[in-house]
Ligand binder design. Structure first.
Ligand code: G4P
Length: 527
């Protein structure tokens, strides 16, 4: 017999879907997010999320930078209820200047929605984010957006998913025409036609049909488009992959939906199907073995730290992903790394930057904890036991700068600032071997700007950054490492844990280095 808390946990876990939307800037992530929130009644008017993006007042000084450039530096979490599900969307910064935080946020998601612009196909940032999801083996659902515009051929887009990302696909629906000729989609599972009328909210009319050969489809689509539709769908039926849910859940097959977010077309069908297929919170590995979400004892880990949302204080918000048990406001938990009990008294939940105090939360939920400087990325909080969740990966930076301090007397403040920013996970620090020069690595250029700004504003230190040409790093694991063999094509440095890291300017340099060091492993994330 299960106890009432176990029953409560089971039913809350079953309801939860926690996911991130991955895309390249301009694919329509803000638009899609907004439509999803509208379905959940979390916001009333379309434009709200976007409005916030533009008018977000300076909650901290360095957010001025984001305001000036009209982009979002920080990512937040949005929660809404829909059809019996509690949905958590982890927002990931969409601009070119995204950060390591973006990658790390993905480790807190149970699945991902990959949003693709039908005219552009798979773009650079989507590819990077996809690879992080793919490494974790989480399910990935694809929404091909902007079908109301002239786009690429749907088959070509599916081929690109396979060639560029290495994932096979199962189209859940199929477009009838595109651009000006876009009539709607044919829903393969429900055998129905959803008609596109191009006018927000009133655009959906659904016609149940008896397969795609039904004369009604011909009547709706017109002879020319119907012929094309039949050919395409026959080809998919015969030569396409079947919808194998096990493969979907292992991240080997992506269900694909065609639609148009701005017109709200195909969004609801997408949401309905996605929520049905997407996984609920799964067990997470820890030093004590896998932790089931339904275990009554609370546990979770910090995956992101956001600084200075309030400029008057040096406080931070630590984002915690709940793994097991029920969270109750004011509860005492063990901060495992420091070996202390702490009380979680001011937890917060987020909706596009509005913060509400949360009383209860369950596995899959994200809560924001007030952090007076006690948390680090990857910290575990657990109730009444010692366990630590697997360390979060450290991803390769993509931009590297040597740093010098203009006023040598400020070295102490400089060190403090660097330590704090490293803890927040926005920069990585490397030391050159022998010379002990400092090289800083970030994922997006904005992090350097934020760094300079915060060093000046918060620590009174003027720093100078000297950009290098390195483009990525590999962690080197080799028992018999010979630093001289890295000198020509790369720079060998050490990270904060004294691991060897080689910095490269291009793929060619990496390949040459690999040939010269056949016993070494070149890892994309820290060991
Ligand atoms: P992002 O967050 O991924 O960067 O994209 P965002 O939603 O801001 O959308 C980028 C642009 O694409 C916006 O146009 C948006 O209106 C448009 N868009 C989104 N979905 C669709 C769609 O289904 N069809 C078409 N045709 N356009 C779409 P913008 O002109 O840059 O901004 P705005 O002036 O419309 O706000």
């Amino acid at each position: 017999m299960s106890t009432s808390i176990e029953k409560e946990l089971q039913s809350e876990v079953d309801k939860r879907r926690t996911f991130a939307i991955i895309s390249h800037p301009d694919a329509g992530k803000t638009t899609l997010t907004e439509k999803l929130l509208l379905f959940g009644g979390a916001i009333r008017l379309a434009g709200t999320v976007k409005g916030r993006k533009a008018s977000k007042h300076a909650t901290s000084d360095w957010m001025e930078i984001e305001k000036q450039r009209g982009i979002s530096v920080t990512s937040s979490v949005m929660q809404f209820d829909y059809e019996g599900c509690r949905v958590n969307i982890l927002d990931t910064p969409g601009h070119q200047d995204f950060s390591e935080d973006t990658y790390r946020t993905l480790t807190a998601a149970d699945s991902a929605v990959m949003l693709i612009d039908s005219a552009k196909g798979v773009e650079a940032q989507t590819k990077k984010l996809f690879q992080v999801c793919s490494k974790r083996g989480i399910p990935i659902f694809t929404f091909i957006n902007k079908m109301d515009r002239e786009g690429r051929d749907p088959f070509e887009l599916l081929e690109e998913l396979e060639e560029v990302l290495g994932i096979r696909s199962y189209p859940m629906n199929w477009p009838i025409g595109s651009g000006k000729q876009f009539n709607g989609v044919y829903d393969r599972a429900q055998t129905q036609v959803e008609l596109f009328q191009g006018d927000e909210h009133t655009n959906i009319s659904v016609r149940k049909v008896d397969g795609y050969e039904d004369p009604l489809v011909k009547e709706i689509a017109g002879e020319f488009l119907h012929k094309k539709l039949c050919e395409d769908l026959e080809l998919l039926d015969v030569a396409g992959d079947p919808l194998d849910m096990e493969k979907v859940l292992r991240g080997e097959l992506t269900p694909v939906f065609f639609g148009s977010a701005i017109n709200n077309f195909g969004v609801q069908t997408f949401l309905d199907n996605f929520l049905q297929m997407a996984p609920k919170p799964e067990p997470r590995n820890s030093s004590a073995g896998p932790i089931e979400p339904t275990e009554p004892k609370f546990s979770g880990y910090v995956f992101k730290i956001q600084a200075n949302m309030n400029p008057a204080h040096r406080d931070r918000i630590a984002f915690l992903r709940i793994v097991s048990g029920k969270f109750e406001r004011g509860m005492a938990v063990k901060h495992v790394r420091v070996g202390k009990e702490i009380k979680l008294s001011q937890p917060q939940q987020f909706l596009a930057q509005d913060r509400d105090i949360v009383e209860n939360a369950y596995p899959g939920d994200i809560i924001g904890l007030f952090d007076p400087g006690i948390f680090r990325i990857g910290d575990t909080l657990a109730q009444g036991r010692e366990l630590e969740f697997d360390e979060l990966p450290t991803f390769s930076p993509e931009l590297f700068s040597k740093v010098t301090v203009k006023n040598a007397l400020k070295h102490k403040q400089y060190q403090k600032g660097i330590d704090q920013l490293t803890e927040e996970g926005t920069i990585q620090v490397f030391r050159t071997i022998g010379f002990e020069d400092t090289i800083l690595g970030v994922v997006g250029q904005l992090q350097f700007e934020v760094l300079e700004h915060r060093m000046r504003a918060e620590y009174g230190v003027e720093i100078q950054l000297h950009r290098t040409n390195y483009q990525f790093a590999r962690w080197i694991v080799d028992d018999k490492i010979d630093p001289s063999k890295f000198r020509v094509n790369s720079q060998l440095v050490k990270d904060k844990k004294d691991n060897y890291v080689a910095l490269f300017e291009n793929e060619y340099a990496l390949r040459t280095s690999m040939e010269k060091n056949p016993t070494a492993k070149f890892l994309e994330t820290a060991p």
